[in-house]
Ligand binder design. Sequence first.
Ligand code: 8YV
Length: 317
Amino acid sequence: MSHPKLLISAPFFTPDELARVEAVAPSVLAGTPEERAALPEDLRAGITAIANKGHKPIDGAQMDLFPNLEVIAQFGVGYDAIDVAAATERGIRVTNTPDVLNEDVADLALAMMLGWCREIIKGDAWVRDGTWDTGESMPLNRKMSGAPVGIAGMGRIGRAIADRCAGFGMEVHYTSRSEKETPEGWVYHGEDVVAMADAVEWLVVAVVGGEHTKGYVSKEAIKALGPRGVVINIARGTCIDEEALIEALETGVIAGAGLDVFYNEPHVDPRLIALPNVLLQPHQASATVETRRDMSLLQCANLTAYFAGEALLTPVN
Ligand code: 8YV
């Protein structure tokens, strides 16, 4: 057997994805830091690339287990699990899988918005459990079209969400490091998420994860959103002050939330699970067959380019 050059660092790959990564180069699977540390030293020395998936951290110490490591290819647009500064210091390149998931992530944001305000899960139960059949009508719910929405983070995913919201006749506000070219009437709030929250009913979080956006949607921003406010998060759990969010949801400071990501996922805070005004999803925004295939293809294309000595397709550093 040829010496492995590629470390598959996470056990989360589906059989299809795994087969695709394994086909790139001779590989070895070591899902936990302990498993990686237990690999024989000469095997570790042969590893030049890591295929990573999921949100378990790869820090400098993990990188140092592989003295000849040159590239880490992340499955996902977010690379907050990887200490990119530590990688750069060591001359290790990092790649991700941007763009191919924009549409799906934006679709799920809108699905959560509509699902929350039109109470689609409750409506389904109303039919299934026979309540409707008794002649009882479901209580009226809330209109989404035309309402003001604030998108925190106008990157590629934020833009795809904003375009969809505009399609629903919503008044679009956004925060971003720089002002973007947008259709007329979209309101730019700089990076001031509190000012934006004050102006909208819906707050959709689409900022990049990582240390610099930790708690970006702060207690003040949540409070500014007000009693009709609904927070939607398809970014990272860390981007919101989750304690402040839970308190605001429990006390009616805001109306509700639709959450696909959490601070300590997959362990969701039981207080969120107990709340009827929260719509919960299992971090599935990019999880369609089509998009996960495209993410996998892009991750493998980066690894293939690396092993062929060609330019990386979507480098991060
Ligand atoms: C995936 C994601 O759930 O792309 C991202 O950053 O969070 C999601 O698309 C994740 O990458 C799967 O590991």
